[in-house]
Write a protein that binds this ligand. Structure first.
Ligand code: FNR
Length: 364
């Protein structure tokens, strides 16, 4: 199908499914166990309804905002997804170029197919990039990576905290991980019998704990954000630990099946933070299942600073390369502008909890 016939982010998924190699599709699309959390991630947004305002002058719409001090044109970022070359021969730099074009941030994964420097080099001018970190059992390696990222101008460190062990993704395991492009630059030796994910992740330290946070704060001046927080108690603990942000996330349903959707955790978290006057102390991000600008708007109404988007850009990249990711972002942009207009908000700072009805959110 033609790119011009992709009218929303789900359309790219359908094309990718039919055109990608089986192993690559298996790695990108799979999630843990019965994939209940994977489905719930997007479905949870379907239980939130708008309370739109009328007769507001909505001629001019401004979708820009700031995340961790960076001005962005639309409140989403390209989240970290490993193994970009499974989907496209050039890998993650395809996403870098699209992020640049739309003035959004890209998070660089530890397990990128391109080297960290290649991805940093692909950025132009003052383009902002963040780093996602899987913490190595050998802390000397981790320290080197973090210091190098900071020296290269990375603007934030996202430490993944939901993956002490990689989840069991059976679709990925069945596909047996035989595609080209599946190597990463970390120099790890790989056992591919358990699928791509497990093959490349054996270095991750399951002993990582709250006690390690001060060490990270001692080795870098980058803001630190915990990626993969799944309950309000841990958000409060993150504030106590003095980190600058959290990503409410279940890793795209790829870790613990029956982990709650980020947006549901968000709806529980923000009132608690507001009551304790902590909502300005950290920036709260969400990811997982964001496929429509209405999803982005709902998350922002509930108090998220921004949302991460993973698979849709991988699918767009795999199916159509640069032009695909560009169009996916353009579609989100257009959806965002239109839907803000239709709920009666002209700028992101006007989005607030009164614009959404979450009475059914908890009712599965
Ligand atoms: C991921 N994700 C991820 N997260 C992370 O911290 N480090 C990583 O290396 C990866 N790798 C990865 C690969 C693939 C193929 C996917 C789909 C996801 C999780 C990712 O950052 C994010 O949490 C989810 O992808 C968000 O969900 P959606 O947007 O894919 O539904």
């Amino acid at each position: 199908p033609l790119l011009s016939q992709c009218y929303n982010l789900m359309d790219f998924e359908a094309v990718a499914k039919n055109t990608m190699k089986r192993g690559a599709w298996g790695y990108y699309s799979s999630a843990a166990d019965d994939e209940i959390t994977l489905r719930e991630n997007h479905e949870a947004y379907h239980r939130i309804w708008f309370r739109p305002k009328i007769l507001v002058d909505v001629k001019e719409i401004d979708t820009s905002t700031t995340m961790l001090g960076t001005k962005v044109d639309i409140p989403f970022y390209v989240t970290a997804t490993a193994l970009g070359k499974l989907g496209h021969p050039e890998g993650e730099v395809v996403l870098t170029r699209a992020a640049r074009k739309h003035n959004v941030v890209q998070m660089i994964p530890t397990l990128a197919s391109c080297s960290f420097d290649e991805i940093m080099d692909a950025a132009k001018g003052d383009q902002v990039q963040w780093m996602q970190l899987y913490v190595n059992q050998d802390r000397a390696i981790t320290e080197r990576l973090v210091k190098h990222a900071e020296k290269r101008g990375c603007k934030a460190l996202f430490i993944t905290v939901d993956a002490p062990q990689l989840g069991r993704r059976e679709k990925d395991m069945r596909a047996k991980f035989t595609d080209q492009g599946s190597s990463v630059q970390s120099g790890q030796t790989t056992d591919t019998s358990q699928g791509a994910a497990r093959a490349i992740s054996s270095f991750i330290d399951p002993a990582l704990s709250w006690k390690d946070i001060p060490w990270f704060q001692s080795i870098t001046k980058m803001p630190i954000i915990l990626k993969g927080v799944q309950r309000v108690e841990d958000v409060l603990r993150a504030v106590d630990a003095g980190v600058q942000g959290v990503v409410l996330s279940n890793h795209g349903g790829r870790q613990l099946d029956f982990a709650p959707s980020a947006v549901e955790v968000l709806a529980e978290t923000m009132p608690v933070l507001r009551n304790l006057r902590l909502d300005r102390k950290i920036e709260v991000f969400v990811d997982g299942g964001v496929r429509r600008a209405t999803d982005i708007i709902k998350a922002l109404c509930l108090g998220a600073r921004g949302v991460g988007i993973g698979r849709p850009f991988l699918y767009a990249m795999s199916a159509y390369g640069d032009e695909g990711v560009d169009r996916a972002m353009q579609l989100l942009r257009e959806e965002m502008e239109m839907n803000m207009r239709l709920i009666g908000c002209t700028s992101v700072d006007q989005l607030n909890p009164g614009l959404v009805d979450v009475r059914n959110l908890g009712a599965h």
